[in-house]
Design a protein around this ligand. Structure first.
Ligand code: S3P
Length: 442
């Protein structure tokens, strides 16, 4: 049974919290771990629906994936490849990362893979991975003119390519690099802006260095030369996208919130940059790096927020955090404008439209733009009911709104949080949040 309908009461949050393992890293630990071909120890993985989807797909491809919760609730265990033609359809659930990255793995396998997912995932674009995989020699098919899943990949006999990606997407880059591992010759991906580099760092951690060039105009060029991977243990660190909810709660609340053990990769810390640009007081204390990734504790204290405009690479670095950041914009003096964020429209929901609907439901102004939003400052959420629209980050954004609202906020479809952060309500309670459960689903 999972909690699906909640009422969050206003009240200040403060204290210290440790969030689940990073979702992006958890997927990559399993996928790259399975490609090593021998037993690889993995720890700290997020016990989330998305990560379970990747684990299930790898099992269908013949890998052994043994994971069990450790005392802190994170998944620890091992993965043992190799992977081959799947014995069944690969159900990626709600997870775009699973589908795009597995498509790259499938392209390197001599056989047929069929990838699908839930109603949300079956609306999300796959032509962005179709083009490079076809150029490498895979045969690709998909629904609606080869644009949306189910996706069929006939793989094997790939050649390395140089691919100019029209989008700064780590999913596209990683898909092509994973296919490149099985290709003849080097593979290069050029992106218009840098994106999260976890795949590159993890490949390097597993003994296969990847060459990255940051061009002066912002373009990023990554080259992989295929070679064997070695079985180094992979420890996953805390998810900054989950930590972002508490960072924003700290910035717009009355006390201070500290999040420990966060992955502090600069390509994931756009939320810290964005909060500082809004005038928030954020302290980052570095900790010991793990598996090639920086780690930090982050403390955010309540302060007067001014306002800002976000665009360019900060937007890419904070993309998944833009829904909850809108709340900080609303509480600021001058408001927040976000540009260059058209990618928000093809996430688990159209996050410009679903944040707009959530703001409307809570009596707040929010102006949609084709590639972003404008939130006027000086606003406080009013009591109301938000539909999570099947999107975990909308559900959690609405919960944070409830903590600073003028009255209780109800959220329907709250079970969506299981996608990334099943223990969200426990952490909310640990920070002093008051939540009533109004409904569950099985
Ligand atoms: C992810 C990359 C991002 C992000 C997603 C996870 C990843 O998507 O929004 O939640 O793990 O590579 P895009 O690369 O498509 O922007």
């Amino acid at each position: 049974m999972t909690v699906d309908h909640v009422r969050v009461h206003p009240g200040p949050l403060s204290g210290t919290v440790r969030v689940p393992g990073d979702k992006s890293l958890s997927h990559r630990a399993l996928l790259l771990g399975a490609l090593v071909g021998t037993r690889v120890e993995v720890s700290g993985l997020a016990p989330s629906g998305d990560v379970a989807a990747t684990a299930g797909a790898l099992r269908a491809m013949g890998a052994e994936v043994e994971l069990a919760p450790d005392p802190g609730g994170a998944l620890t265990g091992h993965v043992h490849g190799p992977v081959g033609e799947p014995v069944d359809v690969l159900d990626c659930g709600n997870s775009g990362t699973s589908l795009r990255l597995l498509a790259g793995v499938a392209a390197g396998i001599d056989g047929v893979s069929v990838l699908t997912g839930d109603a949300s995932l079956r609306r999300r674009p796959v032509d962005r991975v179709r083009r490079p995989l076809e150029a490498m020699g895979a045969r690709i098919d998909a629904r609606a003119g080869v644009t949306v899943p189910p996706l069929v990949v006939r793989g094997g006999s790939l050649r390395g390519i140089r691919y100019d990606s029209p989008v700064a997407s780590a999913q596209v880059k990683s898909c092509v690099l994973l296919a490149g591992l099985a290709a003849a010759g080097p593979t290069t991906v050029v992106s218009p802006l840098r994106s999260r580099d976890h795949t590159e760092r993890m490949l390097t951690h597993l003994g296969l260095p990847v060459e990255t060039t940051a061009h002066a105009d912002g373009r990023e060029e990554v080259t992989l030369t295929p070679g064997p991977l070695s079985a180094a243990p992979i420890a996953v660190t805390g998810d900054p996208s989950s930590g972002a909810f508490w960072m924003v709660a700290g910035a717009i609340g009355e006390g201070a919130v500290t999040i420990t053990g966060l992955n502090a990769n600069p390509t994931r810390f756009g939320i810290v940059a964005a909060l500082r640009a809004l005038g928030a007081s954020v302290t980052v204390v570095d900790a010991e790096p793990r598996a090639g990734e920086p780690v930090a504790d982050v403390r955010v204290e309540a302060s007067e927020l001014t306002g800002s405009v976000l665009d360019g690479v900060t937007v890419v670095d904070a993309l998944d955090e833009l829904p909850v950041l809108a709340l900080a914009g609303a509480r600021s003096r001058d408001g927040l404008e976000v540009r260059d964020a058209a990618e928000l429209r093809v996430k688990e929901s159209d996050r410009i439209a679903t944040v707009a609907a959530a703001f409307r439901a809570l009596g707040m102004r929010f102006e949609e733009r084709p590639d972003g939003y404008v939130v006027p400052g000086g606003q406080r959420p009013q009591p109301g009911t938000v539909d999570a629209a099947g999107d975990h980050r909308i559900a959690m954004t609405a919960a944070i709104a409830g903590t600073i609202a003028t009255g209780p906020v109800e959220i329907s479809g709250f079970s969506a949080v299981a996608t990334s952060y099943p223990s969200f309500l426990d952490d909310l309670a640990a920070l002093g949040g008051r939540v009533e459960v109004l409904g569950t689903r099985t």
